[in-house]
Design a binder for this molecule. Structure first.
Ligand code: ADP
Ligand code: ZN
Ligand code: ZN
Length: 735
């Protein structure tokens, strides 16, 4: 390089869709793309990432600022990952600096060195090992921690202990004081499992699925593995991973947010004698960095994580698995709105590795692609262990009078389970006591002051809460409109159903699982543990219950308000309803204890229910795909949604109208349709007026070409700086 300093393009986390030019100091060694640097940006110091190099800039040299210093001797992001991020930035039209920021562990974003730092962990002492556990009976937190340590000879770290008990800090101190537990430091949380479990004898359908996938492990091959819950999909992943590990490669396994349970992780860690890292929200920043580095350096052979793990670096990528590929948690709903499933597909294609998308209820997008031959469709038709699918019965609510949301046949079915000492599970997608607090004299409904929505009564907390903005109000005893005192709750939430169950079945042990009852750290695990240990007869909860957990002793599933999904505002609500019920159906009953699913509905003739009764996913998909092709919604078109909001009424809509006019003024992209802007289904939320504009196209390429040109103009629109706006490519939620 010449004596003149060279110019680098640096990505910094700002909302601007571009990189920025900086000068390298003459004595600085060449900086490779992917290397972090400290730069001053405006008045702030920032951590940026080198994207490229050049000898000219749009700005005169003397106006360019120098790079402060390089933070890495080796780039933290390998070219393959960096290129994937560049692709994602283009595809989602999101600033590259912010995209890179999302992909890096917090410690690296802050500028910390990319090195593993020792971690503290705890083990039992020999004195502790000789201890009789019963002596801890009076200290339940200590007892739980102690038992967990006894089961983990390699020790447990802070994050693992915190998952066992929220009071782990005090408990571990007490145990240490008694010299039953001691603490140690180690380089990282990596350890290999010394005693791997054996795979079961596989069923023919599993064998052929594994054979199909492993027949050619080099190159990009997408597979859609369809099989009901409990049909043995996880065993197929494990079988394929086994072959991938044998080739010296790594496997990346993505699971939905709620599916990252200890049971799931255990199956992967127990099977193979290799180090596994789990990227979950319980990790602190250093632990996350350690895990990230272990994946990058190839020491972690299996990497399991939720959405953002799709950006985990891998030294020797060999396979990507996306479990429950239809799950909504794969889509980030704010900021950088990417779909981890779709990014995973692009990543697999660029890294030339196979990818397995698994689901009991594949998304219609994936199913259509598989039917057209884009993915290889693999089917696991039966549940393992000879279990059949449960019988699905519809309870026609036009004829049945529910009491607190529970119809008589449903109550009788619960009573029968109680008698047989089996468990029942009731679903209701609404937390709180009642969704409405109403004056029976004049019809007044308690509204949220900041949203176009009613307040939900939370009786136990003694409050009225808004589920959209979090606002909290006292329960009004007197109607503000007519001054009457005839106020009553209307409709049912989980809290009310729980109360009703207590009344109908005073002897039953009832566990409620929803966001309110599991707010405390560790509460969800505690409740699930109770259910698994058989310390519960009836579970009632929201969709938190429908995923990731197996309840082998549950033989009755009741769906209380199925109809909400039938005619929802969103074109995907029917698909979601089908997925939810199908997912739970797969969890009810076993070979020796057949299950039953009861659905309370006012629309028993709806075709979604007929397909559910036959457990006929493909039948449902035929019907739903026909509907989509008639209405022109995905997967028969591609969508982008421009959202805007403002505290001032009308501003968001005005901005979108201007945006539409700008779009129509561009060189015409004939197939791209810009629809009229419309207020969001709930227009006012948290004091802001929201509106949206849908852009639709039968093909992806013209849509993305258009979006690029359009966004460049939008930033210049008169109201662009006065309203908050964002673009959502492939939106999942339409409100
Ligand atoms: P899915 O991932 O489709 O829900 P799993 O792989 O978890 O299904 O299998 C469901 C249950 O059946 C698990 O308890 C698993 O251990 C067991 N299982 C899976 N395959 C077999 C097999 N071939 N033989 C015996 N048990 C199996
Ligand atoms: Zn009134
Ligand atoms: Zn509100």
């Amino acid at each position: 390089m010449s004596a003149t300093a060279c110019i680098y393009q640096v990505a910094v986390p700002t909302p601007l869709q571009r990189t920025f030019d900086y000068l390298a100091a003459p004595e600085m060694a060449t900086l490779t793309p992917g290397t972090r640097v400290r730069v001053s940006f405006g008045r702030r110091e920032m951590v940026g990432v080198i994207m490229g190099q050049s000898d000219r800039s749009e700005l005169p040299r003397e106006r360019l600022k120098p790079i402060g210093r390089a933070l890495d001797a080796q780039p933290v992001l390998a070219p393959s990952l960096l290129n994937l991020l560049i692709w994602a930035s283009d595809y989602y039209h999101h600033p590259i600096g912010e995209v890179i920021h999302t992909a890096l562990p917090v410690r690296l974003r802050e500028g910390a060195a990319a090195v593993i730092v020792g971690m503290k962990f705890w083990t039992l002492t020999s004195k502790g090992q000789a201890l009789d556990r019963e002596s801890l009976k009076r200290a339940p937190a200590q007892k739980r921690i102690f038992e967990a340590l006894a089961a983990a000879p390699q020790g447990l770290d802070a994050a693992q202990l915190a998952a066992i008990s929220p009071r782990w800090g005090a408990a571990i101190k007490a145990l240490q004081a008694k010299e039953w537990v001691s603490s140690h430091q180690r380089e990282s949380q990596l350890f290999s499992n010394a005693g791997p479990t054996r795979a079961p004898e596989l069923y023919p359908a599993q064998q052929s699925a594994i054979a199909a996938i492993t027949q050619e492990l080099a190159g990009f091959h997408p597979y859609l593995l369809h099989g009901v819950t409990g049909s043995g999909k996880t065993e197929v992943y494990l079988g394929v991973i086994d072959r991938v590990l044998a080739q010296g490669k790594q496997a990346l396994v993505l699971v939905p947010e709620i599916g990252l349970t200890p049971q799931v992780v255990d199956r992967f860690t127990r099977r193979f004698p290799v180090p596994v890292v789990v990227l979950h929200s319980g990790l602190n920043d250093q632990e996350r960095l350690n895990a990230w580095l272990a994946a990058r350096d190839g020491r972690a052979r299996i990497v399991i994580g939720t959405r953002s793990a799709v950006f985990a670096p891998l030294k020797h990528p060999g396979l990507i698995v996306v479990d429950e590929e239809h799950d909504a948690s794969y889509k980030q709903q704010d900021g950088f709105r990417y779909s981890a499933r779709d990014v995973a597909l692009m990543r697999a294609s660029r890294e030339a590795v196979p990818i397995v998308l698994g689901s009991a209820t594949p998304s219609l997008e994936s199913l259509k692609r598989a039917r057209e031959g884009g993915y290889t469709l693999l089917e696991l038709p039966d549940r393992t262990g000879g279990a059949g699918m449960p019988e699905v019965r519809l309870l026609d609510m036009r004829r049945l009078k529910p009491s607190d949301g529970l119809s008589l046949p449903l109550r009788e079915a619960i009573a029968a389970r109680l008698q047989r000492q089996e468990q029942s599970l009731l679903f209701l997608n609404r937390r709180g006591f009642a969704p409405v607090w109403m004056c029976h004299d004049c019809g007044w409904l308690a509204p949220c002051r900041r949203c176009d929505a009613q307040l939900t009564l939370h009786q136990k907390r003694g409050k009225l809460l808004c589920h959209h903005c979090g606002a909290e109000q006292e329960i009004t005893a007197r109607c503000p409109t007519c001054q009457g005192e005839n106020l009553h709750p209307l409709g049912e939430g989980t809290e009310r159903v729980e109360g009703a169950l207590e009344k109908f079945f005073p002897q039953a042990r009832i566990v409620r699982i929803d966001r309110d009852s599991t707010r405390r750290k560790g509460a969800l695990e505690e409740k699930l543990q109770r259910v698994h240990a058989g310390d519960a007869d009836i579970l009632v909860g929201t969709q938190m219950l429908s995923k990731g957990h197996d309840f082998p002793n549950v033989t009755l599933v009741g769906i209380l308000n199925a109809d909400q999904g039938l005619y929802g505002a969103d074109f995907r609500s029917g698909e979601r309803l089908f997925q939810m019920i199908m997912q739970v159906s797969g969890r009810a009953g076993r070979a020796d204890k057949p299950g039953e699913v009861l659905i309370q509905t006012w629309h028993p003739d709806h075709p979604v229910f007929a397909a559910l009764q036959r457990h006929d996913f493909h039948g449902f998909a035929d019907f739903a795909l026909t509907e989509r092709s008639e209405t022109g919604y995905p997967p028969y078109s591609h969508l982008a949604l421009l959202r805007a909001e403002s505290p001032r009424p009308g501003m968001a809509l005005k901005f979108l109208a201007d945006a539409r006019a700008l779009g129509l003024g561009l060189p015409p992209a004939p197939v791209v349709q810009i629809l009229e802007p419309a207020p969001a289904p709930m227009e006012r939320r948290a004091g802001r007026y929201r509106a949206q504009l849908l852009v639709q196209s039968p093909a992806r390429a013209p849509l993305h070409g258009f979006l690029g040109r359009w966004l460049a103009q939008l930033a210049e629109a008169p109201l662009a700086k006065k309203v908050r706006w964002s673009l959502d490519v492939d939106p999942l939620d339409m409100y």
